[in-house]
Design a protein around this ligand. Structure first.
Ligand code: AHM
Ligand code: MG
Length: 335
């Protein structure tokens, strides 16, 4: 059997990147490999979710006061377990866990990174066979390597991310991650069980025709946001309009589509969620980082998302992200 040398796996890709930086230790590559491994395990369970008795509520509420589905718990445990047993992560913060988990053993204390993740985003879509995802974010510790990680290591503004990415469990399973050098997408090839480079050097189109927002909340949005949505609907054909509304309810899927095709994603503040619904550390910052590296823009409505100084692990924020020109168009109505 001939080997297709054009196919580059996630491991091969990260190793190759390492070669360009002979002084690099390989810790980030190992961390990404660990995340890829956990993603593959979660993917297996997500794919058979309709078959086995893993659906339904686990009978717990998470720290946000929301119902926890069994797959959320499974995904959380997989990511936490793989990172704990790996050698490249000093601790984690998870949307499913109240406080950070500091691994505090000799090997973990010697690693320079901490990781934050939303193990399974789009929980409302789990039991209806709609795409869901995992989102992750990697920071370099500010505490001394060799000692246990601290809370401060996690509460860093998004601009400090070393890498961020997501896994989308959809019609195919993809892992997309960004470092400052670029955004690359890998599709899971089930025949060899490896993520393979399928979308090298992703760039977010400068403009697009898709706007993604929960229309049901329309009358709760600020006047500026409502005016912008009206503008999306009224745009003249000669001006690329009218735009198309697409909203899956799994941020990873919405952001991924808009990243590839061009578009804007919005989750503004609403009456009963005055700070928005999405979490700064687990959802918005990683997506903002990816979108920015790909050439797009991301804000909380008044400030660049990545510059927001976090004050608590689970804090929520309004979120707007996407193609640069569409974001500027939005800002002309809201800022
Ligand atoms: P989750 O973390 O409970 O899954 O919630 C986050 C999800 C996002 O993926 C999605 O964009 C949003 O919630 C949808 O919320 P809504 O149904 O209010 O539009
Ligand atoms: Mg989530």
């Amino acid at each position: 059997m001939s080997i297709n040398r054009k196919v580059q796996t996630l491991d091969e890709f990260t190793m190759q990147q390492l070669r360009d930086f002979p002084s690099a230790t390989g810790e980030l590559s190992r961390l990404l490999r660990d995340i890829g491994l956990a993603a593959k395990r979660v993917n297996v369970e997500v794919n058979k979710a309709g078959l086995v008795d893993i659906l339904g509520d686990a009978g717990e509420t998470n720290v946000q006061g929301e119902e926890v589905k069994k797959l959320d718990v499974y995904a959380n445990n997989q990511f936490m377990g793989v990172l704990r047993h790996g050698i490249s992560c000093a601790g984690i913060g998870s949307e499913e866990i109240d406080d950070v988990v500091i691994f505090d053993d000799e090997i973990s204390n010697a690693s320079k990174y901490v990781c934050l993740f939303d193990p399974l985003d789009g929980s409302a879509n789990i039991d209806v066979n709609v795409s869901i995802g995992t989102i992750f974010s990697i920071y370099r510790r500010v505490s001394l390597v060799g000692t246990p990680a601290t809370n401060e290591d996690f509460l860093q503004p998004g601009i400090k991310q070393i890498a961020a990415g997501y896994v989308i469990y959809g019609s195919s399973t993809m892992l997309v991650y960004a470092t400052r050098r670029g955004v690359n997408g890998f599709t899971l090839d089930p025949s060899i069980g490896e993520f393979t480079l399928s979308h090298p050097d992703i760039k977010c189109p400068e403009t697009g025709r898709i706007y993604s927002v929960n229309h049901g909340n329309f009358f709760q949005y600020t006047e500026g946001v409502r005016k912008y949505i009206n503008e999306c609907q009224r745009k003249e054909k000669s001006n690329g309009g009218p735009y198309t509304q697409r909203y899956i309810g799994s941020m990873v899927a919405d952001v991924h589509r808009n990243l590839i095709k061009g578009g804007i994603f919005m989750y503004p503040a609403i009456a009963d969620k005055p700070k928005g619904k999405l979490r700064l550390m687990y959802e918005c910052n990683p997506c903002a980082f990816i979108i920015e590296v790909a050439g797009g823009k991301a804000t909380n409505g008044s400030q660049r998302m990545l510059e927001v100084q976090p004050t608590s692990l689970h804090q929520r924020t309004p979120f707007f992200a996407g193609s640069k020109k569409m974001m500027e168009e939005l800002e002309s109505f809201t800022m």
